[in-house]
Design a protein around this ligand. Structure first.
Ligand code: C2O
Ligand code: CU
Length: 503
């Protein structure tokens, strides 16, 4: 307590801008697809798996031949993947060896409030040098309820939830964008018996794919237009911040436009859009001669009730899709490109799959995947409405929820523990909205039925410009304060975040 979090809200900037790299870009589909390393627990006793992660500065060869300074969990980007069993408690001790305070949030985790990574629950750098915002040129924001720790912090994840691909990332108030951009993001896969029993592709035929975009400066550093001099790598460039930062290099698992060799069989591809602000519309080129390009088996929070075919899929920041692609539908030798239908130039292609050989395939996609409890309108005790809009406050430009920029001491909603509520979101522009603690179902989009990609248990929903979306959720799990916000990281940092308290 008493720690003052600097505010980053900045003067008006009208439009966002694509940051272009100042270095020659590599030819696509040359770098083999990397897989983030799976972190080993330091112990597995009494139903508890313990992990230790050091957050530190390091360098990575992201573009061939260039050293890029990064901030990484264990010094890598993406950070190591944690694999947990549903219902087994995972405890992760994070030590902050970075020059700035950090906050860790397990996105999609059903987590007690003290471990959820509330934006002011800072972990101060272990070297003790970062004492206050003094010298950073920002106004401050005091939060008497913040629990600030020095050097390290233990995060406890009971994981009483279904199998799903979650992710962990930095969540410091007003500074999430630059910290995640520099590399503070990793996957956390939760598994359970229900999923294990299904004949889905597994082992090396299950591939997590974290898609991000970045731009690179001449010296190899990532270009980022932060107002904070300690975070900025592009002096004088601040305009791009307002709409969200877009880079011209697409990375999958931290590698530019990578290539993966696959057999002519089914693969389970688990997508995360880990980008700060870029949305993608994924498709395969060429499309398979028969059958859908993607068979969706899961959403943000785990398996669907039944598989659904898609020719293409939009994916907004923080959303996940669990997909099966049948490379057996193509002749051996085919090169299949994962394309981004929303991209132009360098952002139109994501990665490539090279089908190198035939192999035996025992997997299949069952017609029934999981039991998904449907929440019904009639169960809801209350409907709340939140508008996500560009706004002015303190005479400056930012992003607001219900006309207000994030203030930690202000509570926007107090759902009763166990209650079902409908939250209606309206938006001026694209905003991917994320709720902590709960998962939800999309009830309606633009006054109509949900879109095909809205199916399943979700924790993030992409609002289209001018559109209203209703979601329904049961607010159970833990009492305490949690955030909801736009997951465009720059919108989030510029105020588009609010607090709800389960009571
Ligand atoms: Cu992915 Cu509030 O976070
Ligand atoms: Cu937004």
């Amino acid at each position: 307590a008493g720690f003052v979090t600097p505010r980053l809200l900045r003067p008006a900037a009208a439009t966002g801008e694509l940051l272009t790299s100042e270095v020659p870009l590599p030819r696509p589909f040359q770098v083999p697809l990397p897989l983030p390393p799976v972190l080993r627990p330091v112990s597995r006793d009494g139903g508890v798996d313990r992990y230790e992660i050091v957050q530190r500065a390091s360098t990575a060869e992201i573009l061939p031949g260039l050293r890029t300074p990064i901030w990484g969990y264990q010094g890598t980007f993406p950070g190591p993947t944690i694999e947990s069993r549903s219902g087994r408690t995972t405890i992760v001790r994070h030590r902050n060896e970075l020059p700035v305070p950090t906050v860790v949030h397990l996105h999609g985790g059903r987590t007690p409030p003290e471990s959820d990574g509330y934006a002011t629950d800072l972990v101060l750098p272990a070297d003790g040098r970062y004492l206050s915002s003094a010298g950073h040129g920002h106004s401050g924001m005091a939060d008497p309820d913040a629990v600030v720790t020095a050097g390290s912090r233990e995060y406890t994840y009971p994981l009483r939830q279904k199998a799903a691909m979650l992710w962990y990332h930095d969540h410091r108030m007003d500074f999430t964008g630059p910290a995640v951009y520099r590399g503070l993001a990793g996957l956390h896969i939760v598994r359970d018996a229900e999923e294990d029993a299904l004949p889905l592709p597994r082992g090396e035929r299950e591939i997590p794919l974290m898609i991000t975009d970045r731009a690179f400066a001449e010296d190899g550093s990532m270009r980022y237009p932060s107002l904070d001099p300690s975070l900025r790598t592009v002096p004088g460039v601040e305009d791009a911040y307002a709409a969200g930062v877009l880079g011209d290099v697409l990375l999958v698992n931290g590698a530019p436009w990578p290539v993966a060799e696959v057999s002519a069989t089914r693969y389970r591809l688990r997508f995360l859009n880990g980008s700060n602000a870029r949305r993608y519309d994924l498709a395969l080129s060429p499309p398979p001669p028969s059958g859908p390009a993607f068979t969706q088996i899961g959403s943000d929070q785990g398996l669907l009730d039944a598989p659904r075919g898609h020719a293409h899929l939009p994916i907004a920041p923080a959303e996940r899709y669990d997909l099966v692609v049948d490379f057996g539908a193509y002749p051996v030798g085919t090169e299949v490109t994962l394309v981004n239908r929303l991209g132009t130039g360098t952002s139109a292609q994501v990665m490539r799959f090279r089908i190198t050989h035939r192999a035996k395939d025992e997997s299949h996609i069952p017609a029934k995947l999981s039991e998904v409890e449907r929440l019904d309108r009639a169960q809801a005790t209350v409907t709340r409405e939140f508008a996500f809009r560009s706004g002015q406050f303190d005479g400056r430009h930012g992003w607001t929820i219900g006309g207000e920029a994030f203030i930690p001491t202000k509570i926007a909603a107090q759902p009763k523990l166990g209650d079902v509520e409908i939250w209606r979101f309206v938006a001026d522009l694209h905003h991917p909205i994320h709720l902590h603690l709960v998962h939800f179902q999309v009830l309606s989009r633009g006054g109509k039925d949900p879109a095909p990609h809205d199916a399943g248990r979700k924790d993030t929903v992409d609002l289209q410009p001018g559109e209203a979306v209703e979601v329904i959720a049961r607010f159970d799990g833990y009492r305490g304060r949690y955030m909801f916000h736009c997951h465009n990281a720059e919108h989030e940092d510029m105020g588009m975040m609010a607090t709800f308290r389960t009571v």
